[in-house]
Design a protein around this ligand. Structure first.
Ligand SMILES: Nc1nc2c(ncn2[C@@H]2O[C@H](COP(=O)(O)OP(=O)(O)OP(=O)(O)O)[C@@H](O)[C@H]2O)c(=O)[nH]1
Ligand SMILES: [Mg+2]
Length: 364
């Protein structure tokens, strides 16, 4: 039924091509570059992860992020070791948070902006915070086809949002992934988030520069924009400023500049501004990067940059500490034993709230 593909010296013709046969003439080179061996199967060990990350291995970086994202108790100790040992090498990147409503052009912007930076020689890591990714079945970066060129660039590393769980947990993992990317030598972080829910706040607290992408609508550009997000932005970029849309984008940009003029800047000593860009034609992308560089130079010069980073670290620590203490409290057996009864008594108006709390607090 099948043609006989048995390799004999006289069946080398094209009609007998078979991938299993050795091709004569291809010789194994005697000198090969040896890269640290990283096991492909199973979970990466802490030592492999640290050595690999610090030597800039993207494979090790990707697998170490998988380790820190793991919910298995057995992986927590290794994840902690990896983070602690990588921390001294982290912190040297520029962290840019990017938000915008669905369809604002975030993926397209990151693709072309990221590529331009990679071409300039920067090492760019793209991360995301998308708490909806478990529900929608894919992350914001699931559409890797839109970032096809960037994902193939040797200077780029793209990691989708950790899936599932509450926003706090998702953001925690992204922040840790960011530290590992920095330790691996990536010097620009582009952290994307969906323009819904509270995820902007999470990204704002891990970014140095926060960029809001906006689209211009037909005369209604100021509708449907969450004022709180505008207030957190270090810059607003009106996207898709090309073709027929160019004029509208410029008008919208003028409007935003007027609004920003009246708002209290989120970052001390920085006056937020609005710009236009077209990811497709590339106009405006260089100006955005120059603005970000200017921001860093200015804020590093007056100490605001470092002060903000310290503040963010503290904020992060306090958030996680509160979460841990809460979890520990509610997981305690003593609490679980009496909580339903106390809740019931409080609901029925038979027990004062203060007394119920007092009894619970005494357990821990
Ligand atoms: N003309 C023009 N179209 C653009 C530009 N940037 C993005 N688009 C188009 O706008 C649409 C949405 O772009 P995306 O990059 O997918 O937007 P997004 O913000 O990532 O959207 P979600 O992933 O749904 O949140 C796509 O059809 C893009 O081709 C641009 O600079 N010019
Ligand atoms: Mg997208």
């Amino acid at each position: 039924m099948f043609p006989d593909l048995k390799h004999t010296p006289d069946n080398h013709g094209p009609e007998h091509e078979c991938a299993l046969r050795e091709v004569p003439g291809i010789v194994m080179p005697t000198e090969v570059v040896r890269v640290p061996h990283i096991r492909r199967k199973g979970v990466i060990s802490a030592d492999e992860a640290v050595d690999g990350i610090l030597s800039g291995s993207r494979t090790a970086l990707a697998r170490a992020i998988t380790l820190i994202e793991s919910r298995a108790a057995a992986h927590r100790a290794d994840a902690a070791i990896v983070l602690r040992r990588c921390l001294p090498a982290a912190g040297k990147s520029i962290r840019v948070g990017i938000t915008g409503v669905p369809g604002a052009g975030k993926s397209t912007f990151i693709e072309y902006f990221g590529k331009q930076l990679c071409d300039k020689g920067y090492k760019v890591a793209v991360l995301a915070v998308d708490p909806t990714s478990a529900i929608s079945g894919g992350s914001v970066l699931g559409d890797k086809t839109r970032m096809e060129e960037l994902s193939r660039h040797p200077n780029a590393f793209i990691r989708p949002s950790p899936a599932g769980g509450a926003l706090g947990g998702v953001a925690a993992k992204t922040r840790e992934a960011m530290l590992l990317c920095e330790a691996a030598g990536f010097d620009v972080m582009l952290i994307e988030t969906v323009g819904v829910g509270q995820s902007e706040i999470a990204v704002r607290t891990m970014a140095d520069f926060f960029l809001l992408l906006q689209i211009s609508g037909a005369g209604d550009e100021l509708q449907g924009i969450k004022k709180g997000v505008i207030e957190m932005a270090d810059a607003i970029v009106v996207t898709k400023a090309d073709g027929d849309n160019l004029g509208r984008a410029q008008v919208a940009c003028g409007e935003y500049n007027r609004i920003l003029h009246y708002l209290q800047p989120f970052t001390p000593n920085w006056k937020p501004k609005a710009l236009t860009c077209s990811s497709l034609s590339g106009t405006g992308l260089t100006e955005i990067w120059e603005m970000i560089i200017g921001f860093c130079t200015q804020l590093k010069g007056d100490g605001t940059f470092e002060a903000r980073r310290r503040e963010q670290n503290m904020q992060w620590f306090r958030t996680l500490l509160k979460e841990a203490v809460l979890n520990r409290f509610f997981e305690a057996k003593g609490v679980q034993d009496i909580l339903p009864e106390l809740e019931n008594d409080v609901a029925e108006g038979m027990l004062p709230v203060a007394e119920a709390i007092e009894r619970l607090i005494k357990i821990n």
